[in-house]
Design a protein around this ligand. Structure first.
Ligand code: AMP
Length: 367
């Protein structure tokens, strides 16, 4: 079998997805019309992705025999969850292509590595300092001033593993660090942004790239509440944001679709916050609003197929259905303009992503 970088994984093959959440579910649904089968690997008792896939291996990521059997049963592996241990991809890569690679996950699982990569490429971020000791905390407090955010370097998402600091100083910083269990952290200066945006970029094994125009993201309690497409940005800033995402995908030798989350300031500066090495919540609206959805684009990219058009067919607003908001499905279905997506999760815990709804608007009505 060839593990050549540009090898095409033809329709009829089996795509292995690590992680069993809603992103995997929508990937599997996008793989089907192209003739692929999906095999999900995840440890969870409930797996929205497995509900719509041909096969499911329910096992811990540490179970090597289960991973080897999974690798033997698939033609290419991908992830729908960025905290899959990089070692899992390394093991699968012994026999099957993994897209993205273990090396990509090793960078994107560490907030420090991600920001250093951006700065090496000349891309702006919030000012930051690494903190792993009392000494580094004192040094950081000498260099960064005013409001800040302390974040654990690893395993943070949806605002978890971070503490806001109203006024950076040796005491406030040490207290925040204690709160995060003295884990290795990154201290960031607070960015006074006017909105957040994401750019979805897809890259093929041969280096070909497409990027969707920026999407605006609105958060509530650190969780994405709403996305709007297109983001209201002057053409120059929009092009800059896409160029940033492409430069990062290229530098990572990324294969597949990834999201770059950014802050946009009042003077239209674009700063990178983080990379999601997977399809992204903000891109759900591409299912209805673009010629090619982010999910289909990811499948095309990891299988070495030609990438589809990222042209926007309509303006769009996507609203996440968190917790009990999903119980409003009868009302949403009664609205003939609402595209409702429910993920089939049984328990509507507060803040849990249960589904989303997308509404299209005439092109030009948002921006
Ligand atoms: P993150 O986990 O890095 O995506 O952060 C979650 C959210 O916290 C972001 O989407 C922002 O709304 C906010 N945030 C994170 N870092 C900063 C920062 N340096 N300055 C201002 N807001 C931030």
């Amino acid at each position: 079998m060839s593990l050549g970088k540009s090898a095409v994984i033809p329709p009829g093959s089996t795509i292995g997805i690590l992680g069993g959440g809603q992103l995997g579910r929508m990937l599997a649904l996008a793989a089907a019309p192209l003739g692929y089968k999906v095999h999900v690997f995840c440890p969870d008792a409930e797996a929205p992705a497995a509900d719509v896939s041909a096969r499911w291996t329910r096992a811990a990521y540490e179970e090597e025999a289960a991973l080897d059997a999974f690798a033997a049963a698939i033609d290419v592996a991908t992830v729908e969850f960025e905290n899959v241990p990089a070692a899992v991809l390394e093991r699968i890569a012994r026999t099957k292509p993994t897209r993205p690679s273990a090396a990509v996950l090793a960078v994107t699982q560490d907030r420090l590595g991600e920001k250093e990569l951006a700065n090496r490429l000349g891309i702006a971020t919030a000012p930051f300092a690494a903190i792993a000791s009392e000494h580094e905390a004192r040094e950081a407090a000498r260099h960064l001033h005013g409001r800040g955010v302390l974040k654990t370097r690893r395993m943070g998402y949806d605002g978890k593993g971070q503490v806001g600091i109203p006024q950076i100083g040796p005491e406030t910083l040490t207290a925040a660090w204690e709160q995060l269990g003295r884990a290795p952290c990154i201290l960031e200066g607070f960015v006074d942004f006017v909105f957040e945006a994401s750019v979805l970029v897809a890259r093929s094994p041969d280096g070909h790239m497409t990027s969707y125009a920026p999407i605006e993201n609105r958060h509530a309690d650190h969780i994405l509440a709403e996305s709007l497409w297109p983001a209201v940005l002057p053409a120059e800033a929009s092009e800059k944001a896409e160029a940033i995402a492409r430069a990062m995908a290229q530098a990572l030798d990324y294969v597949g679709l990834m999201a770059v989350e950014m802050f946009v300031t009042a003077d239209h500066r674009v700063l990178v916050n983080e990379i999601a090495p997977r399809v992204h919540n903000s891109g759900h609206l591409t299912i209805e609003a673009a010629i090619t959805s982010q999910f289909e684009q990811h499948i095309r990219a990891i299988c070495g197929l030609p990438l589809g058009s990222v042209e926007r067919l309509a303006d769009a607003v996507m609203v996440n259905l968190l917790g009990e908001a999903a119980h409003d499905w009868p009302k949403l279905l009664a609205d003939p303009t609402a595209h409702l997506h429910l993920y089939g999760k049984s328990e509507a815990r507060a803040g849990r992503k249960m589904g989303h709804v997308t509404r299209l608007h005439p092109k030009g009505s948002i921006a």
